[in-house]
Design a protein around this ligand. Structure first.
Ligand SMILES: [Fe+2]
Length: 469
Protein backbone atom coordinates (compact mmCIF):
# COMPACT_ATOMS: atom_id res chain seq x y z
CA UNK A 1 0.00 0.00 0.00
CA UNK A 2 2.81 2.35 0.92
CA UNK A 3 4.53 1.64 -2.41
CA UNK A 4 1.30 2.45 -4.34
CA UNK A 5 1.05 5.79 -2.55
CA UNK A 6 4.64 6.58 -3.44
CA UNK A 7 4.02 5.79 -7.10
CA UNK A 8 0.92 7.99 -7.12
CA UNK A 9 2.85 10.86 -5.55
CA UNK A 10 5.67 10.51 -8.08
CA UNK A 11 3.23 10.41 -11.01
CA UNK A 12 1.44 13.49 -9.69
CA UNK A 13 4.71 15.33 -9.21
CA UNK A 14 5.90 14.47 -12.72
CA UNK A 15 2.55 15.49 -14.22
CA UNK A 16 2.59 18.73 -12.23
CA UNK A 17 6.14 19.51 -13.29
CA UNK A 18 5.31 18.88 -16.96
CA UNK A 19 2.20 21.02 -16.74
CA UNK A 20 4.17 23.75 -14.99
CA UNK A 21 6.80 23.70 -17.72
CA UNK A 22 4.16 24.09 -20.41
CA UNK A 23 2.27 26.76 -18.43
CA UNK A 24 5.38 28.68 -17.59
CA UNK A 25 6.40 29.40 -21.16
CA UNK A 26 3.82 28.69 -23.86
CA UNK A 27 4.60 29.67 -27.38
CA UNK A 28 3.44 32.91 -28.91
CA UNK A 29 1.71 33.48 -32.21
CA UNK A 30 2.35 37.12 -32.97
CA UNK A 31 -0.68 39.31 -33.48
CA UNK A 32 1.21 41.49 -35.95
CA UNK A 33 -0.40 41.54 -39.38
CA UNK A 34 1.67 42.70 -42.29
CA UNK A 35 -0.09 45.03 -44.69
CA UNK A 36 -0.96 43.10 -47.81
CA UNK A 37 0.66 44.36 -50.99
CA UNK A 38 1.34 43.09 -54.47
CA UNK A 39 4.32 40.75 -54.61
CA UNK A 40 6.03 41.62 -57.84
CA UNK A 41 9.68 41.69 -58.65
CA UNK A 42 11.16 45.14 -58.98
CA UNK A 43 11.11 46.27 -62.64
CA UNK A 44 14.12 45.50 -64.80
CA UNK A 45 14.99 49.22 -64.96
CA UNK A 46 14.93 49.69 -61.15
CA UNK A 47 17.97 51.58 -59.89
CA UNK A 48 19.01 48.63 -57.70
CA UNK A 49 19.60 46.65 -60.89
CA UNK A 50 21.75 49.34 -62.56
CA UNK A 51 24.74 48.10 -64.54
CA UNK A 52 28.05 49.61 -63.35
CA UNK A 53 29.35 52.23 -65.80
CA UNK A 54 32.30 51.64 -68.10
CA UNK A 55 33.18 49.24 -70.88
CA UNK A 56 32.94 45.60 -69.88
CA UNK A 57 32.69 46.68 -66.24
CA UNK A 58 32.63 43.86 -63.67
CA UNK A 59 29.11 43.45 -62.30
CA UNK A 60 27.32 41.16 -59.86
CA UNK A 61 30.40 41.05 -57.64
CA UNK A 62 30.10 38.69 -54.70
CA UNK A 63 32.43 37.05 -52.23
CA UNK A 64 32.27 33.88 -50.19
CA UNK A 65 34.72 32.08 -47.95
CA UNK A 66 37.43 30.39 -49.99
CA UNK A 67 38.60 27.83 -47.46
CA UNK A 68 37.62 26.23 -44.17
CA UNK A 69 39.26 28.58 -41.70
CA UNK A 70 38.92 32.04 -43.20
CA UNK A 71 42.30 32.70 -44.78
CA UNK A 72 40.93 32.69 -48.33
CA UNK A 73 38.09 34.49 -50.05
CA UNK A 74 36.57 33.62 -53.43
CA UNK A 75 35.59 36.62 -55.54
CA UNK A 76 33.07 36.21 -58.37
CA UNK A 77 31.84 38.66 -60.96
CA UNK A 78 30.35 38.85 -64.45
CA UNK A 79 31.47 40.66 -67.57
CA UNK A 80 29.12 40.88 -70.50
CA UNK A 81 30.93 42.30 -73.56
CA UNK A 82 33.92 40.01 -73.58
CA UNK A 83 35.66 37.69 -71.16
CA UNK A 84 38.38 40.15 -70.27
CA UNK A 85 40.72 39.45 -67.41
CA UNK A 86 40.15 37.06 -64.49
CA UNK A 87 42.97 38.48 -62.37
CA UNK A 88 42.31 40.03 -58.97
CA UNK A 89 44.84 42.28 -57.30
CA UNK A 90 44.48 42.69 -53.56
CA UNK A 91 46.15 44.22 -50.56
CA UNK A 92 45.77 46.30 -47.41
CA UNK A 93 45.43 49.71 -49.09
CA UNK A 94 43.67 50.87 -52.21
CA UNK A 95 46.98 52.12 -53.64
CA UNK A 96 48.94 49.08 -52.46
CA UNK A 97 47.42 46.03 -54.09
CA UNK A 98 50.59 43.99 -53.79
CA UNK A 99 49.16 40.48 -54.16
CA UNK A 100 47.66 38.88 -57.23
CA UNK A 101 45.49 35.85 -57.88
CA UNK A 102 44.56 34.35 -61.22
CA UNK A 103 41.00 33.19 -61.65
CA UNK A 104 39.01 31.44 -64.33
CA UNK A 105 35.83 32.19 -66.20
CA UNK A 106 32.90 30.12 -67.37
CA UNK A 107 29.61 30.53 -69.26
CA UNK A 108 26.45 28.51 -69.50
CA UNK A 109 23.35 28.30 -71.67
CA UNK A 110 19.90 27.81 -70.22
CA UNK A 111 17.24 27.25 -72.88
CA UNK A 112 17.31 30.52 -74.90
CA UNK A 113 19.59 32.38 -72.48
CA UNK A 114 23.38 32.63 -72.65
CA UNK A 115 25.14 33.93 -69.59
CA UNK A 116 27.84 36.54 -69.47
CA UNK A 117 31.41 35.61 -68.64
CA UNK A 118 31.32 34.47 -65.01
CA UNK A 119 34.65 34.87 -63.24
CA UNK A 120 35.80 33.15 -60.05
CA UNK A 121 39.09 33.91 -58.33
CA UNK A 122 40.21 32.76 -54.88
CA UNK A 123 42.40 35.12 -52.86
CA UNK A 124 44.68 33.17 -50.55
CA UNK A 125 47.08 33.84 -47.68
CA UNK A 126 44.85 36.54 -46.26
CA UNK A 127 45.91 38.04 -42.96
CA UNK A 128 43.10 37.55 -40.52
CA UNK A 129 40.83 40.24 -39.12
CA UNK A 130 42.04 43.05 -41.38
CA UNK A 131 39.55 45.81 -41.92
CA UNK A 132 39.46 47.31 -45.40
CA UNK A 133 41.19 44.60 -47.37
CA UNK A 134 40.95 45.92 -50.91
CA UNK A 135 40.52 43.96 -54.11
CA UNK A 136 40.31 45.05 -57.72
CA UNK A 137 39.23 43.36 -60.95
CA UNK A 138 38.41 44.24 -64.56
CA UNK A 139 41.96 44.96 -65.71
CA UNK A 140 42.22 45.89 -69.40
CA UNK A 141 38.80 47.52 -69.37
CA UNK A 142 36.97 49.05 -66.43
CA UNK A 143 38.66 48.39 -63.11
CA UNK A 144 36.54 48.29 -59.99
CA UNK A 145 38.08 48.32 -56.51
CA UNK A 146 36.04 47.09 -53.54
CA UNK A 147 36.84 45.96 -49.99
CA UNK A 148 35.98 43.57 -47.19
CA UNK A 149 37.13 42.67 -43.70
CA UNK A 150 39.02 39.41 -43.54
CA UNK A 151 37.55 36.90 -41.08
CA UNK A 152 39.00 36.62 -37.57
CA UNK A 153 41.10 33.66 -36.56
CA UNK A 154 38.82 30.94 -35.13
CA UNK A 155 38.83 30.80 -31.34
CA UNK A 156 36.42 30.09 -28.50
CA UNK A 157 35.79 33.68 -27.39
CA UNK A 158 36.04 35.51 -30.72
CA UNK A 159 32.89 37.65 -31.11
CA UNK A 160 31.09 37.63 -34.42
CA UNK A 161 27.86 39.01 -35.89
CA UNK A 162 26.22 36.58 -38.25
CA UNK A 163 23.42 37.90 -40.45
CA UNK A 164 20.58 35.49 -41.21
CA UNK A 165 18.52 35.93 -44.36
CA UNK A 166 16.47 33.51 -46.41
CA UNK A 167 14.32 33.35 -49.52
CA UNK A 168 15.20 36.89 -50.45
CA UNK A 169 14.14 37.28 -54.09
CA UNK A 170 14.01 40.71 -55.68
CA UNK A 171 10.76 42.46 -54.78
CA UNK A 172 10.41 45.81 -53.03
CA UNK A 173 10.09 43.81 -49.79
CA UNK A 174 13.39 42.09 -50.62
CA UNK A 175 14.91 45.55 -50.93
CA UNK A 176 13.53 46.48 -47.49
CA UNK A 177 15.00 43.31 -45.98
CA UNK A 178 18.44 43.94 -47.46
CA UNK A 179 18.33 47.61 -46.47
CA UNK A 180 17.37 46.68 -42.90
CA UNK A 181 20.16 44.11 -42.70
CA UNK A 182 22.66 46.69 -43.87
CA UNK A 183 21.40 49.00 -41.08
CA UNK A 184 21.70 46.20 -38.49
CA UNK A 185 25.20 45.35 -39.64
CA UNK A 186 26.88 41.99 -39.57
CA UNK A 187 30.23 40.42 -40.40
CA UNK A 188 28.88 37.76 -42.77
CA UNK A 189 25.55 36.31 -43.82
CA UNK A 190 24.34 32.75 -43.57
CA UNK A 191 21.85 32.70 -46.43
CA UNK A 192 19.23 30.00 -46.14
CA UNK A 193 18.65 29.43 -49.87
CA UNK A 194 16.28 30.61 -52.62
CA UNK A 195 18.20 33.53 -54.06
CA UNK A 196 16.74 35.05 -57.23
CA UNK A 197 13.45 33.24 -57.94
CA UNK A 198 14.34 33.50 -61.63
CA UNK A 199 12.43 30.26 -62.08
CA UNK A 200 9.19 32.09 -61.30
CA UNK A 201 9.54 33.95 -64.60
CA UNK A 202 8.71 32.50 -68.03
CA UNK A 203 11.34 30.06 -69.27
CA UNK A 204 13.21 30.48 -65.95
CA UNK A 205 14.35 33.85 -67.30
CA UNK A 206 17.99 33.80 -66.27
CA UNK A 207 18.24 37.55 -66.77
CA UNK A 208 16.67 37.55 -63.30
CA UNK A 209 19.77 35.80 -61.97
CA UNK A 210 21.72 38.77 -63.36
CA UNK A 211 19.43 41.36 -61.78
CA UNK A 212 19.62 39.55 -58.44
CA UNK A 213 23.40 39.57 -58.69
CA UNK A 214 23.42 43.34 -59.22
CA UNK A 215 20.81 43.93 -56.50
CA UNK A 216 22.64 41.94 -53.81
CA UNK A 217 26.12 43.23 -54.72
CA UNK A 218 25.84 46.16 -52.31
CA UNK A 219 26.20 43.69 -49.41
CA UNK A 220 27.67 40.49 -50.77
CA UNK A 221 30.62 42.20 -52.46
CA UNK A 222 31.70 43.58 -49.07
CA UNK A 223 31.20 40.64 -46.73
CA UNK A 224 31.04 36.90 -47.39
CA UNK A 225 27.67 35.23 -47.72
CA UNK A 226 27.54 31.53 -46.96
CA UNK A 227 25.20 29.82 -49.39
CA UNK A 228 22.60 27.19 -48.65
CA UNK A 229 20.84 25.86 -51.74
CA UNK A 230 17.06 26.01 -51.94
CA UNK A 231 14.47 24.54 -54.26
CA UNK A 232 14.58 27.65 -56.45
CA UNK A 233 18.22 26.85 -57.21
CA UNK A 234 17.35 23.44 -58.66
CA UNK A 235 16.16 24.85 -62.03
CA UNK A 236 15.24 21.37 -63.26
CA UNK A 237 13.02 21.95 -66.31
CA UNK A 238 12.85 18.97 -68.68
CA UNK A 239 10.12 20.79 -70.64
CA UNK A 240 12.87 23.27 -71.62
CA UNK A 241 15.46 20.57 -72.17
CA UNK A 242 17.18 21.62 -68.92
CA UNK A 243 17.83 18.47 -66.91
CA UNK A 244 21.03 19.28 -65.02
CA UNK A 245 19.97 20.39 -61.53
CA UNK A 246 21.48 23.55 -60.04
CA UNK A 247 22.98 24.65 -63.38
CA UNK A 248 22.71 28.46 -62.96
CA UNK A 249 23.57 28.35 -59.24
CA UNK A 250 26.68 26.22 -59.59
CA UNK A 251 28.01 28.36 -62.41
CA UNK A 252 27.47 31.54 -60.46
CA UNK A 253 27.95 30.77 -56.75
CA UNK A 254 30.93 28.63 -55.77
CA UNK A 255 31.22 27.21 -52.25
CA UNK A 256 34.36 26.05 -50.41
CA UNK A 257 33.15 22.46 -50.21
CA UNK A 258 36.49 20.84 -51.05
CA UNK A 259 38.05 22.47 -47.97
CA UNK A 260 35.75 20.40 -45.75
CA UNK A 261 36.17 17.23 -47.82
CA UNK A 262 32.68 17.42 -49.28
CA UNK A 263 32.32 15.93 -52.76
CA UNK A 264 29.52 18.33 -53.74
CA UNK A 265 29.09 22.11 -53.47
CA UNK A 266 25.70 21.80 -51.77
CA UNK A 267 26.86 20.53 -48.39
CA UNK A 268 30.01 21.69 -46.62
CA UNK A 269 31.27 23.46 -43.52
CA UNK A 270 33.18 26.59 -42.59
CA UNK A 271 34.64 27.99 -39.41
CA UNK A 272 33.97 31.61 -38.56
CA UNK A 273 35.34 33.08 -35.32
CA UNK A 274 33.83 30.94 -32.54
CA UNK A 275 31.31 29.18 -34.79
CA UNK A 276 31.45 26.00 -36.84
CA UNK A 277 28.76 26.19 -39.50
CA UNK A 278 27.49 23.09 -41.29
CA UNK A 279 25.50 23.62 -44.49
CA UNK A 280 23.20 20.77 -45.54
CA UNK A 281 21.36 20.20 -48.80
CA UNK A 282 17.63 19.49 -48.64
CA UNK A 283 17.68 18.70 -52.38
CA UNK A 284 20.47 16.15 -52.48
CA UNK A 285 20.29 12.59 -51.26
CA UNK A 286 20.73 12.33 -47.49
CA UNK A 287 19.50 8.86 -46.60
CA UNK A 288 21.82 6.51 -44.78
CA UNK A 289 24.86 5.47 -46.86
CA UNK A 290 24.59 8.45 -49.22
CA UNK A 291 27.57 10.79 -49.65
CA UNK A 292 25.89 13.57 -47.68
CA UNK A 293 25.01 11.28 -44.76
CA UNK A 294 28.49 9.81 -44.57
CA UNK A 295 30.05 13.24 -44.88
CA UNK A 296 27.92 14.61 -42.02
CA UNK A 297 28.86 11.71 -39.76
CA UNK A 298 32.54 12.38 -40.32
CA UNK A 299 32.08 16.14 -40.12
CA UNK A 300 30.33 16.05 -36.75
CA UNK A 301 33.05 13.83 -35.37
CA UNK A 302 35.67 16.37 -36.44
CA UNK A 303 34.17 19.46 -34.80
CA UNK A 304 36.42 20.89 -32.10
CA UNK A 305 34.11 22.66 -29.64
CA UNK A 306 37.10 23.87 -27.64
CA UNK A 307 38.08 25.97 -30.65
CA UNK A 308 34.62 26.72 -32.07
CA UNK A 309 32.05 26.19 -29.31
CA UNK A 310 29.09 27.37 -31.38
CA UNK A 311 27.87 24.57 -33.63
CA UNK A 312 25.33 25.78 -36.17
CA UNK A 313 23.56 23.82 -38.88
CA UNK A 314 21.54 25.10 -41.83
CA UNK A 315 19.22 23.46 -44.32
CA UNK A 316 16.73 25.06 -46.64
CA UNK A 317 13.70 23.02 -45.60
CA UNK A 318 12.93 23.29 -41.85
CA UNK A 319 12.79 20.24 -39.59
CA UNK A 320 10.23 21.91 -37.31
CA UNK A 321 7.55 24.00 -39.01
CA UNK A 322 4.03 24.78 -37.82
CA UNK A 323 2.94 26.50 -41.01
CA UNK A 324 0.70 24.79 -43.55
CA UNK A 325 3.11 25.89 -46.26
CA UNK A 326 5.70 23.17 -46.82
CA UNK A 327 4.33 21.32 -43.80
CA UNK A 328 6.40 18.19 -43.08
CA UNK A 329 8.63 18.65 -46.14
CA UNK A 330 11.67 18.69 -43.86
CA UNK A 331 10.56 15.59 -41.95
CA UNK A 332 12.71 13.07 -43.87
CA UNK A 333 15.89 15.01 -43.08
CA UNK A 334 14.82 15.45 -39.44
CA UNK A 335 14.36 11.69 -39.17
CA UNK A 336 17.82 11.07 -40.62
CA UNK A 337 19.82 13.75 -38.80
CA UNK A 338 18.07 14.85 -35.60
CA UNK A 339 19.57 12.14 -33.37
CA UNK A 340 23.03 13.11 -34.62
CA UNK A 341 22.37 16.79 -33.93
CA UNK A 342 21.17 16.10 -30.38
CA UNK A 343 24.03 13.72 -29.67
CA UNK A 344 26.66 16.34 -30.51
CA UNK A 345 24.71 19.19 -28.87
CA UNK A 346 24.16 21.38 -31.92
CA UNK A 347 23.28 24.87 -30.73
CA UNK A 348 21.07 26.16 -33.52
CA UNK A 349 19.54 24.91 -36.77
CA UNK A 350 18.51 27.58 -39.28
CA UNK A 351 16.22 27.06 -42.26
CA UNK A 352 14.25 29.00 -44.84
CA UNK A 353 11.71 27.79 -47.40
CA UNK A 354 8.62 28.77 -45.38
CA UNK A 355 7.95 32.47 -46.00
CA UNK A 356 7.36 33.33 -42.39
CA UNK A 357 9.30 33.43 -39.15
CA UNK A 358 9.35 30.80 -36.42
CA UNK A 359 11.57 29.91 -33.46
CA UNK A 360 11.24 26.70 -31.46
CA UNK A 361 12.02 25.91 -27.87
CA UNK A 362 14.81 23.41 -27.35
CA UNK A 363 12.97 20.27 -28.36
CA UNK A 364 13.66 16.83 -29.71
CA UNK A 365 11.58 14.08 -31.23
CA UNK A 366 14.13 11.31 -31.09
CA UNK A 367 12.39 8.89 -28.74
CA UNK A 368 9.91 7.94 -31.48
CA UNK A 369 9.25 4.27 -31.63
CA UNK A 370 6.61 2.99 -33.98
CA UNK A 371 5.33 0.58 -31.36
CA UNK A 372 4.91 3.01 -28.47
CA UNK A 373 3.37 5.99 -30.24
CA UNK A 374 5.73 8.46 -28.58
CA UNK A 375 5.93 10.76 -31.57
CA UNK A 376 5.45 14.17 -29.97
CA UNK A 377 8.39 16.58 -29.67
CA UNK A 378 9.41 17.16 -26.06
CA UNK A 379 11.44 19.82 -24.31
CA UNK A 380 15.07 18.72 -24.40
CA UNK A 381 17.92 20.94 -23.22
CA UNK A 382 20.40 18.83 -25.19
CA UNK A 383 18.63 19.75 -28.43
CA UNK A 384 19.06 22.65 -30.86
CA UNK A 385 16.73 25.60 -31.21
CA UNK A 386 15.17 25.55 -34.69
CA UNK A 387 14.70 28.86 -36.46
CA UNK A 388 12.85 29.26 -39.76
CA UNK A 389 13.67 32.50 -41.46
CA UNK A 390 12.40 32.18 -45.03
CA UNK A 391 10.95 35.65 -44.73
CA UNK A 392 13.16 37.68 -47.06
CA UNK A 393 10.13 38.93 -49.01
CA UNK A 394 10.22 37.18 -52.37
CA UNK A 395 7.73 37.13 -55.25
CA UNK A 396 5.75 34.19 -53.87
CA UNK A 397 4.44 36.21 -50.93
CA UNK A 398 4.04 35.33 -47.25
CA UNK A 399 3.15 31.92 -45.86
CA UNK A 400 0.08 33.06 -43.96
CA UNK A 401 -1.58 29.79 -42.97
CA UNK A 402 -0.28 28.65 -39.61
CA UNK A 403 -1.47 25.47 -38.02
CA UNK A 404 -3.77 25.88 -35.02
CA UNK A 405 -3.38 25.53 -32.18
CA UNK A 406 0.27 26.50 -32.02
CA UNK A 407 2.20 23.31 -31.22
CA UNK A 408 3.99 23.13 -27.89
CA UNK A 409 7.43 23.05 -29.54
CA UNK A 410 6.89 26.45 -31.21
CA UNK A 411 8.13 29.36 -29.11
CA UNK A 412 7.37 32.29 -31.40
CA UNK A 413 5.96 32.61 -34.90
CA UNK A 414 4.83 35.41 -37.15
CA UNK A 415 3.69 35.67 -40.77
CA UNK A 416 5.92 38.48 -41.81
CA UNK A 417 9.09 39.52 -43.59
CA UNK A 418 12.42 40.35 -42.02
CA UNK A 419 15.94 39.22 -41.15
CA UNK A 420 17.92 38.27 -38.04
CA UNK A 421 21.36 38.61 -36.54
CA UNK A 422 23.15 36.20 -34.21
CA UNK A 423 25.55 38.25 -32.13
CA UNK A 424 28.02 35.78 -30.63
CA UNK A 425 29.63 37.42 -27.60
CA UNK A 426 31.91 34.67 -26.26
CA UNK A 427 32.00 30.92 -25.70
CA UNK A 428 28.87 30.91 -23.54
CA UNK A 429 26.48 33.61 -24.74
CA UNK A 430 25.00 34.88 -28.00
CA UNK A 431 22.33 37.53 -28.43
CA UNK A 432 19.83 36.81 -31.15
CA UNK A 433 17.37 39.26 -32.66
CA UNK A 434 14.82 38.90 -35.43
CA UNK A 435 13.79 42.15 -37.09
CA UNK A 436 10.43 42.49 -38.78
CA UNK A 437 9.94 44.66 -41.86
CA UNK A 438 7.19 46.85 -40.44
CA UNK A 439 5.81 49.09 -43.19
CA UNK A 440 9.30 50.27 -44.12
CA UNK A 441 10.63 50.33 -40.55
CA UNK A 442 12.89 47.79 -38.87
CA UNK A 443 11.43 46.47 -35.59
CA UNK A 444 13.07 43.97 -33.22
CA UNK A 445 10.23 41.52 -32.76
CA UNK A 446 11.87 38.43 -31.25
CA UNK A 447 14.97 38.62 -29.09
CA UNK A 448 16.66 35.85 -27.11
CA UNK A 449 19.93 35.19 -25.29
CA UNK A 450 21.19 31.77 -26.32
CA UNK A 451 23.62 29.87 -24.14
CA UNK A 452 26.09 27.44 -25.60
CA UNK A 453 25.26 23.73 -25.52
CA UNK A 454 28.89 22.70 -25.06
CA UNK A 455 29.79 25.06 -22.23
CA UNK A 456 26.34 25.46 -20.62
CA UNK A 457 24.57 22.26 -21.66
CA UNK A 458 21.91 22.27 -18.96
CA UNK A 459 20.96 25.92 -19.02
CA UNK A 460 17.37 26.59 -20.12
CA UNK A 461 17.83 29.44 -22.56
CA UNK A 462 14.97 29.07 -24.99
CA UNK A 463 12.45 31.17 -23.10
CA UNK A 464 12.86 34.83 -24.04
CA UNK A 465 13.06 37.26 -21.16
CA UNK A 466 11.60 40.07 -23.22
CA UNK A 467 9.42 40.22 -26.28
CA UNK A 468 8.18 42.97 -28.55
CA UNK A 469 4.99 42.48 -30.50
FE1 LIG B 1 12.18 27.30 -50.86
Amino acid sequence: MAMCSTIVVVVVLVATATAAEETRCPGTTSSFRRKQAAMEDMPMDADVFAVPPGPNAPQQVHITLGDHAGTAMTVSWVTTEEAGNSTVLYGRAMDKLDMAAEGTHTRYKYYNYTSGFIHHCTLTNLEMCIRDSYYAMGFGHTVRTLWFTTPPRPGPDVPFRLGLIGDLGQTFHSNDTLTHYEATGGDAVLFMGDLSYADKHPLHDNNRWDTWGRFSERSVAYQPWIWVTGNHEVDYAPELGETKPFKPFTHRYPTPHLASDSPEPYWYSVKLASAHIIVLSSYSAFAKYTPQYKWLEAELASVNRSETPWLIMASHSPWYNSNNFHYMEGEPMRVQFEQMAVDVRVDLVFSGHVHAYERSFRVSNIRYNITDGQCTPVRDRRAPVYITIGDGGNIEGPADEMTHPQPAYSAFREDSFGHAVLDIKNRTHAYYAWYRNDDGAKVAADTVWFTNRFHMPNHDDSTPKKRHY
